[in-house]
Design a protein around this ligand. Structure first.
Ligand SMILES: [Zn+2]
Length: 341
């Protein structure tokens, strides 16, 4: 549905954003990305489209033309007080703590004077471990580059069948492996002689602690993104709280960060109000503000800020933001703009 709206949103781009922002009351937007790169990123290329530096610069020009970039401090006060900004504002966020934030993104943002928050998985900083979805992408890349031998095919199929994965296509079967079954990806890697530790050591996909400190000194902000990136709707609430608490504490302490920010890995869909009541409990709160990714939308938990995912097919930020406003207006008509929990 949204994809169709993004496709046709260009028809209405003559309408100024300020009008759409004022009609909807949505003057603050929170676009979110993972990485920007002009290279071939093997651990991501089979998961979602990677945005080029050229496309990113174009996105930034669109944001800067229509919104004021806002520092975390200013946004933090607004969010905590529940007040709406008078001017259009935007705050960029980047999930997964990838090394491209240091190499590619930060220099562009500095040149353009745009602040940003980067969210880190506490288990992956310094390339200690690899997100299970990146393992899936690397496995698929390996299979594409070197087709399986008959023995490998047999062994891999046995893993799938033994674990009730009945998808015929190997790529789709690998992509279907979820957090609970993630050790199967290591089993597949053993069969293919694919060494994830070697990849972590040589490619260094994640930010190091030194890079994070250096970026902090330059004014970039950091928050937590869980310990090791599970899908929260598949966890019980005790584990959701544990993943949040440990990662937020770990990152706040390691980098001496005051504001405790957290962005949900994958999605916050299915996370219950009870969870938010616990983590925002004023007597012993676990986080100050959290971030979801349901697009332009209010949340019944008002300290959970919904962000707009920008890495969708080849759409520009302009198409996506216009589409999000039109989608919001459609939902306004049926009173469905607040995420209930
Ligand atoms: Zn993530």
């Amino acid at each position: 549905m949204k994809s169709t709206i993004y496709k046709i949103s260009f028809i209405a781009t003559a309408i100024p954003i300020r009008l759409l922002a004022s009609v909807t009351g949505q003057k603050a937007i929170f676009p979110f990305y993972h990485l920007i790169s002009d290279d071939n990123v093997a651990h991501i290329k089979h998961l979602y489209p990677v945005r080029s530096t050229k496309a990113f610069e174009k996105d930034l020009d669109f944001f800067l033309k229509n919104y004021n970039p806002v520092e975390l401090d200013v946004f933090f006060k607004l969010a905590k007080s529940g007040k709406f900004p008078k001017k259009n504002i935007f705050l960029l966020t980047f999930d997964d703590g990838l090394s491209q934030f240091y190499d590619v993104i930060a220099p562009i943002l500095q040149r353009k004077g745009v602040p940003a928050i980067c969210f880190l998985n506490s288990a992956f900083i310094d390339n200690k471990d690899l997100f299970f979805r990146y393992k899936a992408s690397l496995l698929i890349d390996k299979i594409i580059n070197k087709p399986l031998s008959l023995t490998q095919e047999k062994e891999i199929r046995k893993i799938f069948v033994d674990n009730s994965i009945l998808i015929r296509d190997n790529t789709q079967a690998i992509l279907s492996i979820d957090y609970a079954k993630r050790s199967l990806l290591d089993d597949c890697a053993n069969i293919l002689a694919l060494d994830f530790s070697d990849y972590l050591n040589t490619q260094k996909p994640y930010l190091s602690s030194n890079q994070i400190q250096e970026l902090r000194n330059k004014g970039f902000e950091f928050g937590a993104h869980s310990i090791d990136h599970p899908l929260y709707s598949q966890l019980d609430q005790a584990e959701q709280i544990r993943q949040t608490k440990i990662s937020v504490n770990d990152i706040s302490e390691s980098f001496n960060i005051q504001q405790r920010l957290f962005s949900f890995p994958f999605s916050d869909v299915g996370v219950k109000k009870d969870f938010f009541d616990t983590i925002f409990d004023t007597s012993h709160s676990i986080a100050d503000i959290t971030f979801g990714c349901s697009g332009l939308k209010k949340d019944i938990c008002n300290l959970n800020i919904q962000r707009i995912p920008i890495e969708i097919e080849q759409f520009s930020a302009k198409q996506i933001v216009y589409g999000e406003y039109w989608y919001y207006i459609l939902k306004m008509l049926v009173n469905k703009n607040v995420l209930k929990r």
